[in-house]
Design a protein around this ligand. Structure first.
Ligand SMILES: [Zn+2]
Length: 328
């Protein structure tokens, strides 16, 4: 059948008809809110490259977590800014590090909030790379030595009470290594959210300023993925699923919607997507100039990530989007 018998506009005629045929939904349930935790007391400093986002000291986190939970957002992911950095990033596994204390504080204040911890070393190392540097091999990232440290960090987050560990350094074999280490210590209930397909992207710029994690030399092309590749993403995700990843992530989101779609079609595990700092910053900047409608563009962007196939979205917009969605 074709026109004039078929008229697709019939089903767009009223708001209720449009609701009936809507294929994708967006709700606070879909969001994971990133939080930056820093040393000190009484700190809530706005991050200049991420307007509306803050560095929080641990003592300010309980109130923030309560607010997030009240908005219906089920989860946060923590990024730590350590007291002091060193060559290997050892503060990442300090039992009393900022992130470990943050996990304990949040789980005490709002036990039902799912607390994930980003497990990487770029915020913790003096050189800003994601692990141990092999100086003899021209400053490349030493995969296997970094795995050992990642295992230590993941265990310390689990001991602090984290529900989810999220390794983000794109190391070979990291999911299997963490799963085994966690299970050996009776943390078989702690889930692994793998940054499975993480691209070497320019969209991370504002985050690096926020987390003070810009590499002092070189770049991350030796471990993060080439933006040109999608088959490689499928292979990366397949390896992580095989190693026991509970959730797999594609990062960034907006310029990689096709990758999210492919991953969704190929695998049955839940898919996360990271609506990264550059995506957030572009929208904020354009809205500030009055060039776009901030709220509508934000919701449309988040919906597009859902439509591509993401079950959950890590997004700095989580709170403002949740407020809009709850008010209808
Ligand atoms: Zn890293």
């Amino acid at each position: 059948m074709s026109f004039p018998d078929t008229r697709p506009r019939r089903l767009r005629r009223t708001p209720a008809l449009r609701r009936l045929v809507r294929e994708t939904t967006l709700a606070p349930d879909n969001f994971i809110f990133p939080l930056f935790v820093c040393p000190g007391k009484g700190v809530k400093n706005e991050i200049s490259s991420l307007p509306g986002q803050y560095h929080f000291s641990v003592d300010n986190l309980a109130r923030e977590a309560e607010e997030i939970a009240k908005l219906g957002i089920p989860s946060v992911i923590l990024f730590g800014l350590p007291e002091k950095k060193d060559e290997v990033g050892s503060e990442a596994w300090a039992p009393d590090g900022v992130v470990q204390r943050a996990v304990r504080t949040i789980k005490k204040a709002v036990p039902e909030l799912v607390v994930a911890v980003d497990a990487c070393f770029c915020e913790y190392t003096t050189h800003g790379h994601c692990g141990v540097i092999d100086r003899e091999r021209g400053g490349a990232l030493d995969n296997d030595a970094t795995l050992e440290n990642l295992g230590r960090a993941a265990l310390s987050y689990a001991r602090a009470g984290a529900d989810v560990v999220a390794p983000s350094g794109m190391l070979d074999g990291f999911v299997g290594f963490l799963r085994e280490g966690l299970d050996e210590e009776n943390f078989d209930h702690v889930a692994i959210l793998s940054y499975a397909a993480k691209y070497a992207s320019a969209y991370y710029g504002p985050f690096r300023a926020a987390a003070d994690s810009t590499p002092a030399f070189g770049d991350r092309h030796g471990y993060q993925m080439d933006p040109a590749n999608v088959r490689e993403a499928i292979r990366e995700v397949a390896l992580d699923v095989e190693e026991g990843a509970d959730i797999v992530m594609v990062k960034p989101a907006l310029a990689y919607l096709d990758v999210i779609g492919e991953v969704r079609r190929e695998f049955d595990v839940p898919v996360a997507a990271y609506n990264v700092s550059g995506e957030y910053a572009m929208l904020k900047a354009a809205a500030e100039k009055g060039w776009i409608d901030h709220d509508r563009t934000m919701l449309e962007t988040l919906l597009s990530i859902r439509r591509a196939g993401a079950d959950m979205i890590l997004t700095y917009h989580a709170k403002e989007a949740a407020k809009l969605l709850r008010n209808g």
